[in-house]
Design a protein around this ligand. Structure first.
Ligand SMILES: [Fe+2]
Length: 192
């Protein structure tokens, strides 16, 4: 545990147990969403689905990056990941992004996708609000993730016909323009 790093956050008035719980629940949502988006991407096929595939893949890979970026901060703050992955999944801050009953119904799939992103936006806005001006590192990390979640929502919302988003796809799959600088491990990790 990074003791001074933890103490300064406490001294600034943050309930670090509550914060760690929020970060673990956020990490669980990223991890489970990465899993469910794998299934959604696999099923985004044909005339209706092929156009969606690329942005699902970007969001999927970036959610994995979000999980990776959150983990060190959880431990720095004295927390840990649950020993049992089932317990971890049950704690997720967002609902399961299930494949629709009719996997060919791309409108239903898009609703699942956009709702997952909207949940994530709420989760990181909450963590930003809790840490703003008090826990600079968690704030900066959560803000970076929030920026990407907002872009994910924009992609899917635009596809659903809710109006222009102003955003365009990534240059390379899952490049995480905001979060990549938090991913430092050189071997096997996404680092752009
Ligand atoms: Fe995410």
């Amino acid at each position: 545990m990074a003791q001074v790093a933890l103490q300064v956050v406490k001294d600034n008035g943050v309930n670090t147990e509550e914060l760690v719980q929020k970060l673990v629940r956020a990490a669980a949502a990223e991890f489970t969403t990465y899993y469910y988006y794998t299934i959604l991407r696999v099923n985004a096929i044909g005339f209706e689905g092929e156009g969606l595939k690329e942005i699902i893949e970007d969001a999927r890979l970036e959610d994995r990056n979000h999980f990776e970026a959150l983990v060190p901060r959880i431990y720095e703050l004295g927390g840990e990941l649950p020993r049992d992955i089932r317990a971890f999944a049950n704690e997720a801050a967002c609902p399961d992004a299930y494949l629709p009953q009719n996997p060919r119904d791309m409108r239903e799939m898009l609703k699942v996708l956009v709702e997952a992103e909207r949940c994530a936006i709420r989760v990181y806005t909450d963590i930003c609000n809790m840490t703003f001006g008090k826990d600079h590192r968690t704030y900066e990390l959560s803000l970076a993730i929030l920026n990407e979640e907002i872009e994910h929502e924009a992609w899917f919302s635009e596809f659903l016909g809710e109006g222009p988003s102003g955003h365009i796809r990534r240059g390379s799959p899952g490049e995480s323009p905001y979060t990549s600088r938090f991913l430092v491990a050189p071997n096997g990790h996404q680092k752009v």
